[in-house]
Write a protein of this length. Structure first.
Length: 125
């Protein structure tokens, strides 16, 4: 009587430790990227400066590497300021800029109406 010996192959585990660690690392990286995107989108990151309601820089020009002349609109005046790395100097005070009225805003024709007028004048309509 002969008994046959059967040879069994060891089973290969499809989830090897290397695949498990790689998958976990990839998951953590994706989680960090998603959290950074969410923080940026919602705006939790960084300290935002407080808004100055009556203060707006309307013009600025550079005079040198650290010197600038700036026109700042304040509620009732426009200030011409000289700004350096160490100080800010008032150079001149201007009267407030005239507010553009609604009539002046609507008086400028838009592009489509200008094109219609040009086409009518040239006789191509």
């Amino acid at each position: 009587m002969k008994t046959q010996a059967t040879v069994t192959q060891p089973t290969v585990d499809s989830t090897s430790p290397l695949m498990q660690v790689s998958g976990a690392l990839l998951g953590v990286i994706l989680l960090i990227l998603a959290a950074a995107w969410l923080v940026k989108r919602v705006g939790f990151g960084g300290i935002k400066p407080p808004r100055s309601r009556g203060l707006k820089v309307s013009a600025s020009t550079s005079l040198g590497p650290r010197e600038r002349v700036v026109i700042v609109n304040v509620d009732d005046a426009r200030l011409v300021l000289g700004v350096t790395a160490s100080q800010v100097t008032l150079l001149h005070t201007l009267p407030p800029a005239p507010a553009e009225s609604e009539e002046q805003k609507t008086a400028s024709p838009d592009f489509s109406s200008m094109m219609k007028n040009i086409m009518k004048r040239s006789g191509r309509s």
